[in-house]
Design a binder for this molecule. Structure first.
Ligand SMILES: *Cc1c(COP(=O)(O)O)cnc(C)c1O
Length: 394
């Protein structure tokens, strides 16, 4: 089939897409409508942590779909309880509410914090967030985001999200008032280019929020579930958030996300929160399969080793072409290009059968499957080497 034969025009145009229709995937590889093969270092935006269509996920889907797809969120189902139990056992938090997207999990975190503020802090509702942060695309999560492109969109915004500067504790302190209920941040700003909150900042922020009686909310939608080489991003700085949100990798490719909270913050009562598909057994069964894989002995050490290998290779390319910093944690890595050639490199790579993501005009982000092989990393580096030389030469 040719690209022109596909009925493209019935879809709303919400992004500019290349003229490629993906039809199947396996591990780190994707095939398009013309059976061209691509090495995938985007993986659904850090979603397919086990790669495309891994056996563990397809069999969880098949087995669970034969048993029970959904009984209604008003009834218990076994996979959702099992998955919640696994998250609780392996985190510093005790209660889980499942959602269908990361934005919905953050929306729930905002509601939970506001409810907690109503009960404990005279109705304080403001949540301090950060410049250049990304928390989702619902009205409240766009308002919470510090993405400059969101600022003029869909006014009026939801109020109550003053913005501080990452790694600048004084900028947080200045915004605290008697209306403040918490601080929400990504341990690594993902969408704005893999910018790390320093361990010291995380620790100081935890101390400050504790001192002032404020909630610390970690948006771990991109950093959670092994992406950074530890199960949760907050472990790197050894601070415990009061609320954590998960998404992306949790479902390994299916729509599954979660709002996770400490027992003493978990103050929803019946009627406050819900949703038709939330915690359905089909997606929860997949989440269980993902958690089993990520928690398997040695898995996270391997993620760290592949991450180090990727950083080493990218640093060599950065040296060769006089590019900028290579940074990140685990398999969430970015490379500064120091010139606005990211889209050009991505375009050349697509041509050569490699999928890359340019979150900024001068930066590339790498988020392969967590089980990517060193050979696949080598192949990616070879193609990238060629693309960089062409993009810089032209
Ligand atoms: C992707 C992402 C979201 C939004 O998740 P969706 O599933 O797209 O709604 C929120 N926060 C962070 C940090 C993300 O990376």
């Amino acid at each position: 089939m040719n690209f022109d034969d596909f009925p493209v025009s019935a879809l709303m145009e919400i992004t500019t897409r290349p003229p490629v229709v993906f039809v199947r995937g396996e591990g780190s590889w994707l095939w398009d409508h013309a059976d061209k093969r691509y090495l995938d270092f985007v993986q659904g935006w850090a979603v397919n942590c086990m790669g495309h269509s891994p056996e563990a996920i397809t069999s969880a889907l098949i087995e669970q779909s034969r048993k029970l797809i959904t009984p209604s969120p008003a009834f218990f189902n076994e996979p959702s309880m099992r998955l919640a139990q696994r998250i609780v056992e392996h985190s510093c938090l005790q209660r889980v509410f499942f959602t269908n997207s990361g934005a919905e999990a953050n929306e729930g975190a905002i509601k939970l914090a506001r409810k907690w503020g109503a009960l404990n802090k005279n109705g304080a509702y403001e949540i301090i967030t950060f410049d250049d942060s990304f928390h989702g695309r619902t009205l409240a999560t766009m308002s919470a985001s510090g993405k400059p492109q969101f600022q003029a969109l869909f006014e009026p915004k939801v109020k109550g999200f003053p913005k501080a500067k990452l790694n600048d504790l004084a900028s947080v302190e200045r915004l605290i008032s008697d209306q403040t209920v918490g601080v929400m941040l990504e341990p690594i700003l993902g969408e704005s280019g893999v910018v790390l909150a320093t361990d010291k900042f995380m620790q100081d922020l935890r101390a400050l929020t504790q001192q002032r009686g404020l909630l610390l909310i970690a948006d771990e939608i991109q950093t959670g579930v092994g992406r950074t080489g530890k199960l949760w991003g907050y472990e790197h700085s050894a601070v415990e958030p009061d609320i954590m949100t998960l998404g992306k990798g949790l479902g390994g490719g299916v729509p599954l996300a979660a709002l996770v909270a400490k027992e003493n913050v978990s103050c929803f009562v019946p009627g406050d929160q819900g949703g038709t598909f939330n915690g359905n057994p089909l997606m929860a069964a997949v989440g269980c399969a993902v958690m089993d894989a990520v928690l398997a002995p040695g898995f996270l050490e391997e993620v760290q080793a592949r991450g180090d290998y990727l950083v080493k290779g990218l640093s060599a390319l950065s040296g060769k072409y006089e590019l900028g910093e290579v940074r990140g944690r685990g398999l969430l890595i970015a490379m500064e290009l120091k010139r606005d050639i990211a889209s050009k490199v991505v375009e050349l790579a697509l041509d050569n059968g490699l999928l890359l993501n340019p979150p900024r005009p001068d930066l590339l982000r790498f988020m392969p499957a967590l089980n990517v092989s060193t050979e696949e990393i080598d192949t990616m580096l070879e193609i990238l080497d060629d693309n960089l030389s062409r993009a810089i030469g032209s």
